[in-house]
Design a protein around this ligand. Structure first.
Ligand SMILES: [Zn+2]
Length: 127
């Protein structure tokens, strides 16, 4: 079997869907392939980190006095604009989930590119 596609490894790391026959076959390959095992391990750690992130880990708006000072320095003749609205918790969680998914996808693509490059450097190989 060829290496497991990065998108499939992301799905396996997320573990959201009901396992399919393709998943079973992919996991069988992962057991015997160091490259795919390393990629799945990395993605699983990333997903775990994203899922255990707390709201306090997210950036927040600056304190009111800092916002007024910045606004005053930037536009001293105009009225100080209102600070940016706080993002509701549901939107923060959705944003965090999107960031985690985007990060997982970027890591998967980067790993794929790195492995492709190392194959070229070594003079080729079986894809
Ligand atoms: Zn593999």
């Amino acid at each position: 079997m060829a290496h497991v596609e990065p998108a499939h490894l992301v799905e396996l790391a997320l573990g959201n869907a009901t396992p399919t026959e393709a998943d079973t076959e992919a996991l069988r390959h992962v057991d015997q392939c160091a490259r795919c095992r390393d990629e799945l391990s990395t993605l699983t750690r990333l997903v775990t980190a994203a899922r255990t992130a707390r709201l306090v880990d997210l950036p927040t708006a600056p304190p009111e006095r800092v916002w007024r000072r910045i606004s005053g320095d930037l536009s001293p003749e105009t009225r100080t604009p209102e600070p940016p609205p706080r993002i509701p918790d549901r939107r923060r969680r959705a944003l965090l989930a999107l960031l985690a998914l985007a990060t997982a996808t970027v890591v998967a693509v980067a790993l794929r590119c790195l492995h492709g490059r190392s194959r070229v450097v070594r003079g080729g190989g079986v894809p």
